[in-house]
Design a binder for this molecule. Structure first.
Ligand SMILES: [Zn+2]
Length: 307
């Protein structure tokens, strides 16, 4: 049997067929901007699932479940996306409509969850962490997060827990699209890093890869920008550790492929500033490794959604 995982991101909707060993056997991708309205997105996802099944040569009867990770508040009891700032969705009856679009038997085997929760479950399961308190912080278009306590996702009373990205770290800071000022994701997401590089006069560095190549080459501006990014990232992570004191805090997202250029600096700042600095035990900060390719975390996490 197979599962299909669908990761709805601000840039791409990535989907894959996942086998019982949690390996992706076939993938597919749709540009989010080409299906940005709810109706168009749901139709594109349903078509994408059909294309993917054809590509992987599998039939409906071989699919155990379909899981969709969405970048916003997934209200599990109604199937609505309550709020997804990066998609501009509010109160969208996403799951019932997707189930209808997929038809039976696939519809009733389809589930959804917040994408960062899904990614955290994926990393926790695939990485066999098995610790009492586990936190994953995903640095992408925005910043998402998942908190797993005793093997269970902490969802909060309205399913909106762990929106780390909208913790303000600068109350006099820039306007966030959530309506507040100085949110963590406006300073420490992958997008924020690119923006900071642009503002520093590096318009040619439009993607993380070329930016980190410049850092490696010793480019002064790039290194200054990275230091600023490390400063903000460390502030946010220190807040999270002060509140939750997790056994493990995992960072994930495409830019963690360049973690050798910034992780030690982040650890240094966090361990210096965290309230528990004199404790014999402190949170282990590491890069997601349960799923070897960071790009697959969203798909595999989504595939593990099953409620
Ligand atoms: Zn915000």
């Amino acid at each position: 049997m197979y599962r299909i995982g669908i990761d709805v991101g601000g840039t791409n909707i990535a989907m894959g067929v996942v086998d019982s060993e949690l390996h992706i056997i076939k993938k597919n991708s749709i540009k989010t901007k080409e299906a940005s309205e709810p109706e168009a997105m749901i139709a594109a996802i349903a078509q994408g699932v059909k294309d993917l099944m054809a590509k992987a040569r599998i039939t409906e009867s071989e699919i155990e479940s379909i899981g969709v990770g969405v970048p916003g508040t997934a209200e599990l009891d109604t199937g609505r996306i309550l709020y997804a700032n990066n998609l501009g969705f509010e109160e969208v009856p996403f799951l019932p409509k997707l189930r209808t679009a997929l038809g039976e038997p696939l519809g009733s085997r389809t589930f959804f969850d917040n994408d960062a929760n899904a990614a955290a479950i994926g990393e926790y399961v695939a990485g066999k962490y098995n610790v009492p308190v586990f936190v994953m912080v995903t640095l992408g278009t925005g910043i998402g997060g998942g908190i797993i306590i005793g093997g269970k996702v902490l969802r909060g009373l309205n399913y909106a827990a762990a929106e780390f990205g909208h913790m303000s770290i600068n109350i006099d800071g820039c306007d966030c699209n959530c309506g507040r000022k100085g949110c963590f994701e406006d300073y420490a997401s992958a997008t924020a890093l690119t923006e900071m590089a642009k503002e520093a006069g590096m318009p040619e560095y439009t993607d993380g890869e070329s930016f980190f190549a410049a850092v490696k080459d010793g480019d002064e501006t790039a290194n200054k920008v990275l230091d600023e990014f490390v400063y903000y990232l460390s502030e946010g992570l220190t807040n999270l550790i002060n509140i939750l004191q997790p056994d493990v805090l995992v960072l994930s997202g495409g830019i963690t492929r360049a973690a050798d250029l910034f992780l030690d600096k982040v650890r240094e700042r966090v361990y210096r500033d965290v309230y528990s600095r004199s404790s014999a035990k402190n949170t282990e900060i590491r890069i997601a490794s349960g799923i070897p390719d960071a790009g697959d975390v969203g798909i595999i996490g989504a595939a593990l959604i099953s409620e």
